[in-house]
Write a protein that binds this ligand. Structure first.
Ligand SMILES: Nc1ncnc2c1ncn2[C@@H]1O[C@H](COP(=O)(O)OP(=O)(O)OP(=O)(O)O)[C@@H](O)[C@H]1O
Ligand SMILES: [Zn+2]
Length: 729
């Protein structure tokens, strides 16, 4: 065999090891560059894995006999040149094995080696007989309404489902009479009846024009618009312009932003079917949406974090709604940030990336202030709505019963009496955050975590960190007193108190427990009706919802967030407060916000609520970050480690610390316990690296990552590198 001829496949396997694996091509297949980007099935130890050919190379003379790959699974590469380049960049930047990154980017079925799915969609249209018969169908019936709808054009099943959850019944009735027929197509279906857009305000118009002027080139743009200012209308208009140029659009939304309500809004306004990609879908549905975009059949995709990995062969625009949202950062495994990856893709693709928020992240705001991002502002609410009035309620000298003061109860009562709706916000689920012994001060802590257990109902203690559950003890385990009292109020307790006080209005609780399914939120809103009513809930209520009768937002407490040690805690809290306050008075009715606090003079609250609002807060916070050397003025990487024994943990971090010794331009901070030093029975510690130069930090990480993998201690320690961590926990 002539040596040094490229004849082995360098395969990226879905393993956390930072290297590629060499295989001979399957018998009868030549190792050519054309194989790069295709999936192969290979034996690995006793297992069979699906990997992606990352390159073709000459065999390493030092390597022993190589195994043959079992099969090549694709006729062409799965990732186009841009996506391939972006994924390689992501693997390098967030320090993750390429095989793992490739696997994350693929929908489940493709990752497991299945063929690309069939992407044809079922479409219904009137038959000739149906077109003739429609006017004769009984008026006011559902079959008639459906036939009228189909007269305007054929509709795919998603559009019908968005029109009515019970669409199948009238459809069957028409089908039985031969009035409708189904066909399968991969083409977008034209002629879907659409809701006309509102007339845009001047600021909205300017923003749309600014985006449209940049179509066809990379441009990062921040759409900085107060809550209810009509940012979504700007996205929609920009997407329409992008579609009119024959290009595709990708819209990213936060985890909980993608309600059926939001999907319907896009679906009814855009002239093409809107595809969705999120964790509520089956793996097969996700693979179909991914493939339809890859083939150019789908033109618009809305999805959560992982939708950022969708191929965009005819990209025109990327929109990131609520760009500040923490759910864009993956918090385990491959810790990528979807917003940042979207910006990199936008640059490679040469398309604008539109970041929207009422409370932009300090990083993004800093870029806008420095002129690196175009800064589009919407400072007023759209249509008739005006900004809500804010009242800060000093509760230091007020008796709180079940977490609610008398003036707040009165404000809620007045709101309900006007036939309007109130939202009572508390970012703690459960009945009470702490169970305390009134006599000796004992409180119920988790046995496996350094954390208090939350009381749920009357009898259950639950750890929100490890899921541990136990029954409330009959008496204090320390002093036998019977005086165990719940301290503070979670959503469950607020719900009970409000139900007792206002028994005649619908009351809905929205938190993780009551909102398991994706359409649960919509059911909750439906149960609220459109008269007087109360919503109680956590931050799930803070985002994106538009309830026209909602005029009062009551913030029961955010005091526990005011004194957190995390450098981003203030930013998070400010964003949450502004977002939840932004639910009040979004339509014709004026809104009000009431905030109960024991710290009315806290600088964050003063600046945010009575001073200059979010931008004044952000200016102060940026000055503090600059002084303290925190992002965006420094770049961080957190090495997190956990182990069952303290000695292994310390030894691992000591070695890591030593490895980082000679890094140029990077500060290595001494290892220390994590803010929660014990979780689920494991000890946790961390080491922070920081640098004012992204490049210097990246250079260190490139060296450090493989060396950490080679450490002797690594086997007993679970560790991860978190580049640009969103929190230090
Ligand atoms: N130009 C307009 N004229 C009249 N109504 C409008 C206009 N633009 C938007 N609206 C309406 O104002 C409301 C708020 O708009 P939208 O949901 O787009 O705001 P947003 O900025 O995305 O809000 P948030 O960030 O708070 O979720 C919606 O009911 C929308 O239909
Ligand atoms: Zn626990």
């Amino acid at each position: 065999m002539p040596d040094r001829v490229p004849s082995v496949l360098r395969v990226a396997l879905p393993l956390p090891l930072p290297r590629l694996f060499d295989y001979l091509p399957p018998r009868g297949v030549a190792a050519s560059a054309a194989l790069v980007g295709r999936r192969v099935r290979v034996g690995f130890g006793s297992k069979v894995l699906v990997g992606i050919v990352a390159g073709i190379d000459a065999p390493d003379p030092a390597a022993g006999t190589l195994r043959e790959a079992d099969a090549v699974l694709d006729a062409t590469a799965l990732f186009d040149a841009e996506l391939d380049a972006s994924l390689r960049w992501a693997a390098g930047y967030w320090q993750r094995a390429l095989g793992d990154v490739f696997a994350t980017a693929l929908p489940g079925p493709l990752r497991h080696g299945e063929p690309l799915p069939d992407t044809a969609r079922a479409v219904w249209r009137l038959t000739e007989a149906g077109a003739t018969a429609t006017p004769a169908l009984r008026a006011g019936t559902r079959p008639r309404a459906l036939a009228e709808r189909l007269r305007a054009g054929a509709q795919d099943e998603d559009a019908l489902a968005a029109w009515s959850p019970q669409w199948r019944t009238p459809l069957r009735s028409l089908a039985r009479r031969g009035l409708v027929e189904r066909l399968w197509t991969t083409q977008p279906v034209p002629g879907t009846p659409r809701t006309p857009p509102p007339v845009l305000g001047a600021a909205q118009r300017r923003a749309v024009d600014a985006v449209c002027a940049r179509l066809g080139e990379f441009a990062p743009l921040l759409l900085d618009g107060v809550t209810g200012s009509g940012k979504t209308e700007v996205y929609l208009a920009a997407i329409e312009a992008c579609l009119a140029q024959g290009r595709q659009a990708l819209v990213l939304v936060p985890e909980i932003g993608l309600t059926p309500q939001a999907l319907r809004r896009y679906g009814e306004r855009l002239p093409v079917p809107v595809h969705a990609l999120h964790s509520g879908l089956s793996e097969g549905e996700r693979a179909r949406a991914w493939t339809a975009m890859a083939r150019g059949e789908a033109r618009v995709l809305i999805g959560t974090r992982s939708a950022v990995f969708t191929p965009l062969p005819q990209a025109g625009l990327i929109v990131i709604d609520e760009e500040h949202d923490a759910s864009y950062k993956q918090q385990d495994g491959f810790r990528y940030h979807a917003r940042d990856l979207a910006l990199v893709r936008g640059k490679t693709l040469g398309v604008p990336v539109l970041l929207g928020s009422a409370t932009p992240s300090l990083e993004t705001l800093h870029h806008a202030m420095g002129g690196r991002y175009a800064w589009l502002r919407l400072s007023e609410r759209a249509g008739e709505a005006i900004a809500p009035q804010v009242h800060v309620l000093d509760v230091r000298a007020q008796p709180l019963v079940d977490g609610l003061s008398r003036p707040l109860r009165a404000a809620i009562a007045a709101c309900l009496a006007r036939g309007e709706q109130a939202l009572v916000f508390r970012n703690r689920r459960g009945f009470a955050p702490v169970l305390l012994c009134h006599d000796c001060g004992w409180h119920a802590d988790c046995e496996r975590c350094d954390s208090a257990m939350t009381l749920h109902g009357r009898h259950t203690l639950l750890c929100h960190h490890c899921g541990a559950r136990r029954r409330v003890p009959p008496a204090c385990p320390q002093c036998d007193s019977l005086g165990l009292v719940p301290q503070g109020a979670g959503t469950e307790r607020l719900e009970q108190a409000l139900a007792a006080e206002f028994p005649d209005v619908p009351l809905v609780r929205v938190d993780r427990e009551t909102t398991q399914h994706r359409d649960a939120l919509e059911k909750h809103f439906a149960a609220l009706g459109d008269g007087a009513g109360i919503l109680v809930g956590t931050q799930m209520l803070a985002k994106g919802h538009d309830l026209p009768r909602l005029t009062l937002v009551a913030i029961a407490s955010i005091d526990d967030g005011l004194f957190s040690a995390d450098f981003r805690a203030g930013e998070r809290l400010a964003q949450l407060l502004i977002q939840v306050a932004g639910r009040a008075g979004r339509a014709a009715l004026r809104g009000a916000v009431w905030l109960q606090t024991h710290h009315p003079d806290h600088p964050l609250l003063r600046t945010l609520l009575t001073g200059g609002g979010y931008h004044a807060f952000a200016a102060e916070a940026l000055a503090e970050r600059r002084a303290a050397g925190f992002p965006p003025f420094a770049h961080l990487c957190l090495l997190r480690a956990e182990a069952t024994g303290q000695a292994e943990l310390d030894a691992f971090l000591a070695e890591a610390f030593a490895l980082a010794e000679n890094a140029f331009g990077v500060t290595r901070h001494a290892p220390m316990p994590a803010p929660m030093p014990r979780r689920a029975g494991r000890l946790r510690a961390q080491m922070l690296l920081s640098s004012p130069q992204r490049g210097a930090l990246q250079a260190l990480l490139r060296e450090l990552f493989p060396r950490l993998h080679a450490l002797r201690e690594r086997k007993k320690v679970r560790w991860s590198l978190d580049v640009d961590p969103v929190d230090l926990y």
